[in-house]
Each structure stands twice: as C-alpha cells, then as structure tokens.
Write a new protein. Structure first.
Length: 223
C-alpha cells in the first residue's frame, strides 16, 4: 500500500471514531469511542493504536491517551506472540505478522517479526510438501500409516496407565476415579481417530492397514 493510501486509510479510521473532527477538549470522549469500537470489533487494535496516538499528539497533557495507546500495544503484542506460539497454519502466522508489523519498534516486536516470517516460510514449505505427498498415493499411504502408528503407541501408553491404576487399587484398596475416567475418555478419542485413519488408509492404499507394521517399526527403532 502506497503512502497516499495509508494516509487515506488512517484518516478514515480517525473519522470513524470522531477524532479527525474533534476539538481538543473532546480527547476523552474520542478515546472512549475508540475503546467501545475495539470492544465491539469495529476497530482493530492496530487502528486503535493509531487513533490513541493521534489524540496524544493533539492533547499532550491528556495522560489517558498515552496510557490507552500503550495498553493497545501491549494487548496486540501479547496476541501476536500467542498467535505465533500456537500457529499451525500459514493463516495463523499471517495474523501474527500483521500485528507485529503494526507494532514497529515496540519492545522486541521486530525480532519476533523476523521469527514469524521464518515460521511462515517453514509452514508454507511444509504445506507444499504435504500437498505433493497427498497427490502421490504411496506417500499419502505412508503418511496415514505414520498417524496410525503414533495413535497405537499412544493407546498402548494409556492402557499401561490403566493397568497401573488397577494394580495400585488391588494393593491399596483405593482407586482414582477421575484418573480412570480421563484415561477412558482418552482411549475413546484414540479409537475414534484410529477408525477414521484406517478407513483413510484403506481408501488410499486399497487394502487394510496391517497393525503389525507398527510393531515391526517399534522393534526396529528399539534396536
């Protein structure tokens, strides 16, 4: 976006909350309108930072303007870091990048932005690799097989935990019902995933998945 477009968008944002036309005494009212617009989703935090910054420029003595601006910056910074930390798709990373670019030199936003851009490139490459694999039946079958083996390993861990709970119950006469319920729920969720994954494997490979393959892989890794 060129400078003229940026200025036009900035003025439109200020006009939306009544700052561009406000008299100096209207600073508090303008900040309140900004806060309401952010809370209702009509303004982004990035736009709110610009709006509060304009009030601070117009009314340097109005401490609230600086406080509000810094608060929006802190919120946007925290949200961008959270988005980046939890990001699993390019869209999530892009959201973090947008917020970090808005923050400019705030704290270490520029350093985190570099990390976010690197993560975006990495995710894009991974998605390209996955897309290419999905177009190759043999590769797609191997990918689903890996998911099945992972879930089978998780299921075995849960079952071992249940066996340990029952052993302790026999020895102590007490059992943790919450723990049993959690593990039962975990088994149910794993079995649901396994059913879906094995159906996908059958559709891709044209045959049933042989679970002994996972045991052979585990034994090979153990050696």
């Amino acid at each position: 976006m060129n400078r003229a477009c940026l200025v036009a968008a900035w003025v439109a944002t200020l006009g939306m909350v009544g700052i561009a036309r406000a008299e100096p005494a209207d600073g508090n009212a303008a900040l309140t309108r900004v806060a309401i617009s952010v809370a209702t989703g009509h303004l982004s935090r990035c736009q709110a930072i610009s709006a509060a910054d304009e009030v601070a420029r117009r009314e340097p003595a109005l401490v609230r303007a600086t406080l509000d601006r810094d608060s929006y910056r802190a919120q946007l910074y925290a949200a961008a870091k959270r988005d980046l930390r939890n990001a699993q798709t390019a869209v999530q990373v892009d959201r973090a990048v947008t917020g970090l670019r808005c923050l400019g030199a705030y704290r270490d936003a520029s350093h985190i932005l570099a990390q976010a851009i690197a993560a975006r490139i990495s995710i894009a490459r991974t998605e390209e690799t996955q897309a290419a694999c999905a177009r190759d039946r043999a590769c797609a079958a191997r990918a689903v097989a890996a998911e099945i083996c992972t879930d089978l390993a998780d299921r075995r861990d849960v079952e071992e935990g249940l066996a340990e709970q029952h052993r302790l119950a026999r020895e102590t006469g007490a059992i943790d019902l919450d723990e049993l319920a959690e593990r039962a729920d975990a088994l149910e969720a794993i079995d649901a995933r396994l059913g879906a994954e094995e159906a996908r494997y059958r559709n891709i490979a044209g045959r049933r998945f042989d679970r002994r393959t996972c045991r052979a892989q585990m034994a090979s890794r153990a050696r």
